[in-house]
Design a protein around this ligand. Structure first.
Ligand SMILES: [Zn+2]
Length: 259
């Protein structure tokens, strides 16, 4: 994973055989010296995966530095997770050059992923921002419906499940109830955990739930959510593509409703 800013070196054109560079040890050694930061970040199908964070885009024939997001639909979820990890680690190192407590320079720690201030004995770890994401449903069978919203950051015409950041001191369940109510005016019950997915833009961890409608008329907040409505499962609007946690939560809600 050759990272530069929020970009990852990936093949052009789109249909190239190797989407990410697979380099021999000599090529790695030469790039290694020029990287601002390097680390082994995991294994993919038995092959070690390294992060090289570079100050300048690396020039490699057939490859180009492109936004991490463009990799999302080109590689499987395991490889995308590693690319996400690479970008998050690089982001952490780039944004933690100085101590937030005393202002002195930080040094890298070798026994774990952290940076350390020798002056005031303060250790900093990569930030992970927990978010909830929830599919709210009501009814059963053919008449069952799901609550979907068009948010300010969504492409035109796309509707998705609701999501929001966890605040300090909040449980996931409290966050979920608050976010759904703030964004749509709806109260929920029967909150059930489904799955989680790291979302490296820049360092979220999405925790996915389903919840059953209890009360309230749908009223978009007009701020985060521009439009929200109930949809039957056989007449959904444009929703996020398969593989996303949103798509999997829509499926989970569909199963809950027995349709
Ligand atoms: Zn310090």
């Amino acid at each position: 994973m050759i990272v530069n800013g929020n970009k990852v070196l990936q093949s052009v054109p789109e249909d190239a055989a190797n989407i990410l560079p697979q380099l021999d040890s000599k090529a790695v050694a030469s790039l290694w010296q020029h990287a601002a930061y390097r680390a082994r970040i995991g294994t993919y199908q038995g092959t070690p995966v390294y992060l090289l964070d570079t100050d300048e885009p690396v020039e490699l024939a057939g490859f180009e530095s492109l936004p991490l997001r463009q990799l999302l639909h080109r590689v499987d979820s395991q490889l995308f997770a590693l690319a996400g990890r690479a970008c998050q680690v690089a982001y952490f190192i780039r944004t933690h050059l100085f101590c937030s407590q005393c202002g002195q320079g930080l040094e890298e720690v070798t026994d774990e992923l952290a940076v350390y201030c020798r002056t005031c004995d303060y250790r900093t770890y990569p930030r992970i921002s927990p978010c909830i994401i929830v599919a709210v449903y009501r009814g059963h069978g053919d008449s069952a419906e799901i609550l979907l919203a068009h948010g300010v950051r969504h492409p035109e015409g796309l509707y998705s499940v609701l999501a929001g950041f966890v605040e300090s001191g909040e449980t996931l369940e409290q966050c979920l109830a608050r976010e759904v109510f703030e964004e749509t005016g709806v109260d929920v019950e029967c909150i059930e955990y489904v799955m989680s997915q790291p979302w490296p833009f820049p360092h979220s961890l999405m925790m996915g739930f389903t919840a059953r409608y209890r009360d309230g008329d749908v009223t978009p907040d007009g701020n985060e959510v521009l439009a929200a409505n109930w949809f039957t499962f056989n007449a959904l609007p444009k929703t996020p593509p398969p593989g996303t946690i949103a798509a999997q939560l829509i499926d989970a809600a569909r199963t809950k409703c027995g349709c």
